[in-house]
Design a protein around this ligand. Structure first.
Ligand code: HEM
Length: 450
């Protein structure tokens, strides 16, 4: 009979790594999350102690440790109490914040909103929204691409999630977008209570605006079947005929819009930057796009091989969600370490994306590493995990990929752009990483608007 070796305790935090009172290592994270991860890996290994906002916390790094937490075989780690602590109560009961049996039941229904047939319909609706949204992107030397892409993805969401401008006015959509941004920005609020003029105060008001807006449209969406996600959520059924109630539809809509928005914007912006710095890749992708029509189908978008590698490489180099969080609901084990109940766990997927053990020259932009003859992402089963893993793996990964590729496809056909080879995006890490300078690119319109 063999005995499993005894579990190791998480190492003690070295005094110099305690960080500041109350906030702990928060400022180190905000300054440079990858440097913080490298430090933890070097001094403690795959499971390291972490001081963060008075909670007992650990950081897990490397593919095996990340996999153990995300796969969550013993159902010890929960999402709701961990993500809720970060995003506040503004995305309550969104799919990512549900756990265990309840999460499973909701996910089974929501999967019906992301079938291949539905994705094909969403793609058809994306093209006119993108053409309209980029119609005024004229030649500009100092084009602030990040805010422009953010507005574009919001406009696309208005069409795909709400069913477009014929149902809502521009002012109403602007008010909803503002409310939505207020909810997202609450994550970096210092005062975490409903106090006027603070981020949380604005987010509480924003959540009310979103709920009122969505509830106002619910009867119409329930009454009529259309191809937008709002209507789809009202009508889909799980395999046994289960459906979402009104509160579920509202909660899922608010969370989905949040989950879909910044992630796609960041991915598109990162691709824009690297393609601007690597003109031969831009040209290679353009040739593929010019060979297709102006509004490629779902299958055609999937056939854009070079663009697919560029997207994967962008997601590797700048994962829009660099760290995922969980809380241990009971004592758990991760790669031989005991994680006591109540511990908050930070899962540093971005670190795996940059490990020299898994990738050749990991900081270099080299999309070809995803080509069939190299497949560096297969160096470990979970070397590349920008969409997470386990039961909470991104349900919108195909939708997001199609949206990002559709936007790039339009830009490649109508524009050329350059970014200085030495440009390094100054990233803000308060919520998801975004370039604080708006990511200027030298943009030229090469063909008329679609
Ligand atoms: C490039 C774009 C995207 C990236 C990088 C991304 C990333 C992620 C990650 C890392 C998770 C896992 C969170 C965790 O395990 O704690 C996640 C979950 C989720 N994502 Fe995405 N996402 C993207 C686009 C989208 C889009 C377009 C949608 C919706 C249309 C979406 C909806 C969701 C939902 C609902 C969840 C929660 C799934 C669950 O808990 O079962 N995401 N996403």
């Amino acid at each position: 009979m063999t005995h499993a070796p005894p579990l190791r305790e998480v190492p003690e935090l070295r005094p110099r790594d305690r960080g500041l009172p109350v906030v702990g290592r928060l400022f180190d994270y905000l300054r440079d999350p990858v440097a913080l991860m490298e430090h933890q890996w070097e001094h403690y290994g795959p499971v390291s102690p972490m001081n963060a906002l008075l909670d007992r916390a650990v950081m897990v790094l490397g593919p095996d440790a990340c996999d153990a937490v995300l796969r969550n075989r013993d159902k010890a780690f929960a999402n709701g109490p961990a993500w809720g602590r970060i995003v506040g109560p503004f995305f309550d009961r969104g799919l990512m914040l549900l756990d265990f049996a309840e999460h499973h039941a909701h996910r089974r229904i929501m999967q019906e909103a992301f079938t291949r047939d539905r994705l094909a319909t969403y793609v058809d609706a994306m093209h006119p929204a993108i053409a309209r949204g980029t119609a005024d992107w004229d030649s500009t030397e100092d084009f602030r691409s990040y805010p422009a892409l953010k507005q574009l993805t919001l406009d696309i969401a208005a069409d795909l999630f709400m069913g477009g401008a014929e149902h809502t006015t521009r002012e109403e959509m602007d008010r909803v977008n503002r409310a939505f941004i207020d909810c997202v920005q609450a994550a970096s609020g210092v005062v975490r209570a409903n106090v006027p003029l603070t981020r949380w105060g604005r987010a509480h008001r924003g959540r009310r605006v979103l709920e009122e807006f969505l509830r106002g449209y619910l009867p119409a969406k329930r009454a009529e079947r259309t191809d937008d996600i709002f209507s789809v959520l009202c009508h889909i059924e799980g395999e046994d005929g289960e459906r979402f109630g009104d509160d579920d539809v509202v909660n899922h809509m608010i969370f989905l819009m949040m989950a879909a928005h910044d992630t796609s914007t960041i991915t598109t912006a990162t691709m824009l930057q690297y393609l601007g710095q690597h003109p031969h890749w831009q040209q290679r992708c353009r040739e593929e796009s010019l060979a297709l029509g102006p509004a490629p189908s779902h299958a055609e978008l999937e056939s854009l091989e070079a663009l697919d590698w560029v997207m994967k490489e962008a997601l590797r180099l700048r994962a829009p969600v660099p760290v995922l969080v969980r809380r241990a609901e009971r004592d758990a084990e991760v790669v031989g370490h005991r994680i006591p109940a109540g511990t908050h766990v930070m899962v540093g997927v971005q670190f795996s994306h940059l490990m020299p053990e898994l990738w050749s020259e990991p900081t270099r932009f080299d999309p070809e590493r995803f080509a069939p003859h190299r497949r560096e992402d297969k160096s470990h089963r979970v070397a590349w995990e920008p969409f997470g893993g386990g039961v909470h793996k991104c349900i919108g990964l195909h939708f997001g990929g199609l949206e990002v590729k559709a936007i790039l496809h339009h830009l490649l056909r109508h524009h050329e752009w350059h970014v200085h080879p030495d440009y390094v995006a100054p990233l803000d890490h308060h919520s998801l990483p975004f370039p604080t300078d708006g990511q200027p690119v030298d943009l030229t319109r090469t063909r008329g608007a679609a």
